[in-house]
Structure formats: C-alpha cells, structure tokens
Design a protein around this ligand. Structure first.
Ligand SMILES: [Zn+2]
Length: 482
C-alpha cells in the first residue's frame, strides 16, 4: 500500500470539479448466478461465431449481440447494425442519459485473427472450459471484453439505469486487419452516432498478474504513432574492379550509422509523467531515483541518460527510429545500382509522420539518399502528406478518479499505472479523430500467459467474471445518475 502513495498523490492533483452526481453502486459482492450465466452465454456465443477476415463475418456477431440487446428491452432505434458491406457489420447501441454531460463511447472489435485448428489443442471456434480457463480464439483479444460490454449494457438496461449522459456501445470490424475498419468507417460515415466526450477501449490496458498475483492495473492513456520510411540510394553502377567511393550501399550504410548515433529529443507528456511518477515509487534503487529526477524542471541529464539505456524507458521518453530491413546490389561482381533500407519509427504523440520524415532527412544529411514514406497499405509515397499527429491525452479526473477508487476496492494495494503504448489498436483511430481514448479493462492475465494471436488462447475463468463485475461498476461510476 505505501508504495503507491507518491503516484496517487500526483494523480489526485489533477482531480477537481466533478460535475456529475454519483450513482448508487451496489456494495461489492460475488456475481449473482443469472449474471454469471448471461455473461458466460454471451462469451460462448461470440467465440463460436467465426469473425476472421478470411471466412468469418462480424455482421453475424453484431446481429447476435443486437438481438440480445433488443431482447433485454432496448428500443429498435437504439440498436443498429451497419457497415460498408455484408460481411463487415458493426453494432452501435445506446443507453440514453439525462444529457447533463456529453456521451461516453465504449469500443471493442468483434474480429479475431486467423486460427489454425491443427495447431490447437482444442477447436479454436468452440468455447471450452477446462482447468479453470475458457479456451477459444478471441478469449484474450478481445471477445471476452466484447462479452463484458454487452453483459454490462444488458444489466444496466434491465435495472432501468438512467445515467447523467448517454452511453454508446460500438462493436466493430477489422481491427486486426482487413479493409473495412469499423471504427474508421463509423467516424467517416456516422460520426454523429458515436460522438462522445471520451472513449473507453477495452482492447488495451488490463490487470497484470505475476504468478497469479495482481501487480498492476494498466491504463493505456496515449499511443505512439507508427511510421515506416524507405531509404533509397541509386548509382549508375559499373564493374566491381573499378570501385569509386560513390557507392549506393555506402550511402545507405552511412545514413544508418548516423541514425544509430542519433537520439530524438527527450520529451514527456501528461501520461508518461504520471507513469514515471507512479513507477518511481515502485522501483527501488537508482532506477527509482532516476525516474523522479527526470520529472524535475529541468530534468536531470544524467538520469535521462541512465534510463535511456533501457529500451522500454528509452522508447517512453522519445520518438525512436530503427533500421529494420536492408537490401542492395544485384551481383557479386558489379557495383550496386540500388540500395535500400527500411527505417521503422514509433513517434511520440503530438508529432506527425511527415515531421519525422523531415527530421530523418536532416539526420542522414545526404542528398543522394531519398527518404520516402511507406503507407499502412505498403505503398511507397514521396511524403507522409497531411498525416495527423495523435494529440497527447490528458489523464482526465472524471476517468481516473473513479478508476482509482474502484481498483482500490477490487484489487487492494494494486497501483493504477498509466502507460503509453505503440499505436496498435483502434484507440489510435479515435485519438487521431480528436476523441481522448483510454484503454481500460478489468481482466487479469498473467504476464507469462499472454496468448493473444497465438495458439490455445485462453483466459482464467475467475478473471473473466471479475472483469464482468469491474466493468459494470466502473460504467455506473462514470455514468452517474441513478
Ligand atoms: Zn485486439
């Protein structure tokens, strides 16, 4: 418990002016049997509907969940299944509030990555309970959280809950790949349906377990931006018996050597500040001291240098770019006419892909090396155009304060740790659209048992039910009302 005091103090500084009335949240108790069964049935139904890009359909899953909401008493006009084509449907549902505050949007993706049945011990599209785990494709990523969301919305509807603000649920297509990302499509085609003050994405965050013991409750509160850059040097070539210093491979090699020696500037944002404040109290020795020292004004340079030697901390305090692919030359006895490299960057929020391309050009400082941008679709283009930076997210008190309170009740002594991850989820899309997005879920998974996208994906049965209860309570705390 004492370990979390410093971090909690910092977060509390941000807390002020809550406008909403507090809903009456029932005292902590075990999940009642009907809710347990409901949440298990929904989870099973989702796992057994194939939603892979190759042969599956998110429409089938969206319609099945829509039917459950309608059966629970949602009005027809508040439950929509819509999408760009027959196979990539998205569900949007709404609980109406009194309108005292802007809505909250809850997002989850319905699609799952492919699963090769022959690799698995169980059938990936059968919901199997075995040895204290639920098995199936999507039990960690992220049908467990979709099921939690649907269960929560059904529970709230059935109890006649009226929040202070609308609660919107969007279960969507193609987060894992495919051409019809549902969040992107909804933002472009039906933004009004999902417009919100902020977004909760249960695809990230969560409770880390170490040997079964909860060690941290992670909130993904901001994301880095992804960017690939293609370096190219060309040359007329010639016979390798007559070399010149002007060699395409040397140009690329020199550029990469400069990149290796270069560090992007040190920079913190509200989330990484809160992260280091919290971690400085949890880490002992020099690392803990250094984490506190980089928060000073001005930050202590030696502390930055020492922390930067650890890749995880280095990537938290700056944009990073690294060479990931290399090619060049066509024959052993010919001077190379072309050499190329790929440089992969993870960009701090607040900076754009084009800004980083310009910076790379300065770092390489070689007019013979062109630096082009590689789009998400793999297309190589001259520049990153009007690519938008992801604005840094603030840790809003209305999100963090109830969370701290609930985590203290459900996982006493476990710190809430705000983290910045690389933009790998739909949170990137909502953030770029200007909607502050927080990755929060209450499902606990052992750090040695992360199986998302892998074989024999599973989630502990107890963790699942705890996640069901966590979310229900959290949504009521956020929604206020009665
Ligand atoms: Zn996911």
């Amino acid at each position: 418990m004492p370990l979390v005091v410093a971090g909690a103090g910092r977060l509390r500084l941000l807390v002020c002016c809550l406008l909403l009335s507090a809903a009456t949240v029932p005292a902590l108790a075990q999940l009642d049997a009907p809710t347990k069964k409901l949440s298990r049935d929904i989870f099973q139904q989702l796992i057994e509907i194939n939603t892979t890009d190759s042969v599956g359909s998110t429409t089938v899953a969206a319609k099945a969940m829509a039917q459950r909401l309608l059966d629970a008493g949602f009005a027809k006009e508040d439950v929509l299944v819509l999408g760009p084509n027959e196979r990539k449907g998205n569900l949007v549902a709404r609980i109406h509030g009194t309108g005292r505050a802007k809505p909250i949007l809850f997002i989850g993706h319905l699609d799952v990555v492919e699963a090769l049945g022959s690799d698995w011990t169980t059938d990936p599209f059968q919901f199997v309970e075995k040895d204290g785990y639920f098995y199936g494709r999507g039990t960690q990523d992220m049908k467990e959280s979709d099921a939690v969301l649907v269960t929560t919305f059904i529970r709230l509807k059935k109890q006649g809950y009226q929040p202070d603000r609308d609660l919107i649920l969007a279960l969507t297509a193609d987060e894992e790949g495919g051409k019809s990302n549902g969040v992107d499509w909804l933002l472009k085609n039906h933004r009004g349906l999902i417009e919100a003050a902020f977004v909760l994405n249960s695809d990230s965050g969560g409770v880390d377990l170490e040997h079964g013991k909860a060690i941290s409750f992670n909130v993904e509160a901001t994301e880095k931006l992804y960017g690939d850059y293609q370096l190219t040097a060309t040359n007329p070539g010639g016979h390798s018996s007559l070399p010149t210093p002007d060699n395409a491979i040397y140009h690329i090699a020199d550029s990469l050597t400069r990149l290796q020696a270069y560090a992007f500037p040190f920079e913190l944002n509200p989330v990484t500040r809160a992260y280091f404040a919290r971690m400085s109290a949890l880490e002992s020795g020099q690392t803990g001291t250094d984490m506190a020292a980089i928060l000073k004004d001005p930050p202590v340079a030696e502390a930055i240098a020492r922390l930067s030697a650890t890749p995880k901390y280095n990537s938290t305090v700056r944009t990073t770019c690294v060479a990931t692919r290399l090619s060049g030359g066509a024959a052993n006895n010919a001077l190379p006419q072309t050499a190329q490299a790929n440089v992969n960057c993870r960009i701090l929020p607040g900076h754009s892909q084009e800004e980083i391309r310009q910076q790379l050009i300065q770092v390489f400082n070689d007019p013979k090396v062109t630096v082009r941008y590689v789009t998400d679709a793999g297309e190589v283009v001259d520049n990153a155009g009007g690519s938008k930076p992801i604005p840094p997210t603030a840790l809003q008190p209305e999100v963090m304060q109830p969370l701290e309170k609930l985590v203290a009740q459900m996982w006493p002594g476990v710190p809430v740790v705000p983290v910045m991850e690389t933009g790998a989820s739909d949170g990137k899309i909502t953030s770029q659209a200007g909607l502050p997005t927080y990755g929060i879920n209450g499902i606990a998974i052992d750090i040695d048992d992360v199986r998302m996208h892998g074989k024999d994906e599973r989630v502990p049965v107890d963790s699942y039910y705890q996640g069901v209860e966590f979310y229900y309570r959290y949504v009521m705390m956020l929604g206020g009302g009665k």
